[in-house]
Design a protein around this ligand. Sequence first.
Ligand code: UDP
Ligand code: LCN
Length: 819
Amino acid sequence: MASGSSFKLSDSIAASMPEALRQSQYYMKRCFTTYVSKGRRLMKRQQLMDEMEKTIEDKLEKTQVLEDFLGYILSSTQEAAVVPPCIAFAVRPNPGSWEFVKVNADDLGVDAITSSEYLKFKETIFDEKWATDENALEVDFGALDFSMPQLSLSSSIGNGANFISKFMAYKIRKHAKSANPLVDYLIALNHQGENLMINETLNTVEKLQTALILADVFLSSNPKDAPYQNFEQRLAEWGFEKGWGDTAETVKETMRSLSEVLQAPDPLNMEKFFSRLPTIFDVVIFSPHGYFGQADVLGLPDTGGQVVYILDQVRALEEELLLRIKKQGLYIKPQILVVTRLIPDARGTKCNQELEPILDTKHSHILRVPFRTEKGVLRQWVSRFDIYPYLERFTQDATAKILDHFEGKPDLIIGNYTDGNLVASLMASKLGITQGTIAHALEKTKYEDSDIKWKELDAKYHFSCQFTADVISMNTTDFIITSTYQEIAGSKDRPGQYESHAAFTLPGLCRIVSGINVFDPKFNIAAPGADQSVYFPYAQKQKRLTSFHSAIEELLYSKEDNDEHIGFLEDRKKPIIFSMARLDIVKNITGLTEWFGKNKRLRNLVNLVVVAGFFDPSKSKDREEIAEIKKMHSLIDKYQLKGQIRWIAAQTDRFRNAELYRCIADTKGAFVQPALYEAFGLTVIEAMNCGLPTFATNQGGPAEIIVDGVSGFHIDPNNGDESSNKIADFFEKCKEDVENWRKISIAGLQRIYECYTWKIYANKLLNMGSIYSFWKQLNKEQKQAKQRYLQMFYNLQFRNLVKNVPIPSDEPQQPPAPK
Ligand code: UDP
Ligand code: LCN
């Protein structure tokens, strides 16, 4: 960090810059002249640093400048737009905080500029005419956040529900009348028309407080475990309805937390009270794309962790709902409906079945609704990138089916990924239901400069639709569930996935000057887990699924190639490094194969086993997958890997997969997740749950899951040599002392039990559902104003963009020609 002579971190960059420029004018001038010398372009931080270093020959001077203000600015800059003679810097001193400054390389004049000015300046590199068009579409969602409180510290980002509890407690403490909306909210609570909690008798704070005191005295005279029915009548006389608890003790506890909230509010009681409120019974979870099923779907294109996540989520949520409802003293059956598309050409899966009960649940189902066009029902799978033309009609059809299924409105709608989030937004805003969204991955950050270069990529990926849909959903939803902090606000050096939507531009189409604010209290972190009845440690011998062992033995070690595997492992005494993922470019399975191929030391120490995709490109319909299959074959040839690699086709049985992780642990091997970028990384969690030491990408979620060197290791996907050597070092160390292996295995398990379980997740999610249902009511007017703006944006912009996405013909789909 810069010691920066006269610079204080509290100063804005633009304010400090003139003085700093004056102090090291010579180098500043040289440096900026170099930047502008190559003409218009966009520069990233590393380029800025490299070129700066080249301009200063003297080593000592270089260190001085780097430690000084210029070094600080450059190391905090994400990108700079160069349009000679000026350079505009997008500086990010802290996660979520941005400043934009423009420097004139000729006279070193400095101007603070707005995000809009920065984006316009940047656009001139790509589309000058549009950039200077005064009527270019500019969107500013932040303009409607006039009274919404915001978090202030980068470190609090992602703690939205907690912040809201604090904020509400503070408001009520300051003005008792701020509790009035809570009373109104409680009066309105009902289930299918039957009142819950309180009725009109208790329509003021004073009346409610008095009744709570009376009830407390009365309840104290009852045995703790007296059932609610024993005193229901008495409570009803004072204006209380069902929902407070199942026994005298729980009712008293809930009432006490409300009394505290009304008298001496504090965030803890606020959270406790909301966690007890009977607000959620029926939940809809949207996940339209892919093949959504319970068997034989994983590894199919676009069908991966999201499906696993949702099915596990439903089980955990149902369990938690049943517990809560029982504790509330209610006899209501919670229902969860996962709504996806029905695919008539289901390729042997159950994706053509309308209603399917979800295994290991009592009341949850998958509801499948087909995509319809003017030509009728769309029969085949379509890529998630081509899904936009069907979503509006799908929402209408699905809404009708859902209302029918529940015989009324659900209490909470959760969307998944761009398509599910948009559908959830459309339905939730139409019916006025509380909404949560989950991105799993926001595509924008996966492809460098995908916003500014959208025109090049649009034919293939339709990012114009995707990014537009994403900002609509982010702004519509009541709360956002993320798996990690980095998903929201990144790390010190890298912006988060949501953060990258704060200000961006699609030149020629739309300039989003304020897309989402990561300090908004709607953001919450609730990390998923892995099903621990399936993914349990290798050392739990009595639970091991030994019936799979002969099949796994064949899968790993048989010598002949067949439809399920190619390649073989000559020396079976070696530990195995294992990876499993969809065969997408970002998953970087080909990268791992190449690192392995190149690193003799690693090849001497271990074998490589990968589960990914197909071997025959003609079997795939996915354009990226086809390219990756071909690349895998060529790498195996190039590095002569046969004898040291086993390539296994996508596997769909999670029980067998779990046993496979454990069998890899038996070889004292490791799991390697080499993705170029991974939003969260369920395989990392699965492997760690099985006690398998894990090396995972430092780009994205896994960097947060694993504490490097303690509960596993980080690897840099952009530095293959370093990564493969790190893996080799570990195995060399383990060869000397197997304790090294055990230590990491145990620490990985500890990390999981502390932070990554579905039980923790379900609790957090239901608390969010409850607290944001009220928060939404509190901010009704502002929400409505924003909704109108969003509707206009959807109608005028999104619906037009959708028209550019081709609808495939009815013929069974052949592998598509590259677009
Ligand atoms: N998976 C599988 N078979 C495969 C590839 C992946 O069962 O051939 C499972 C894997 O066990 C994990 C999920 O699919 O549960 C992948 O989730 P992850 O978060 O790693 O990646 P995503 O595919 O969601 O990007
Ligand atoms: C999608 C991804 O890309 C993964 O990183 C996540 O683990 C998965 O969804 C589940 O959230």
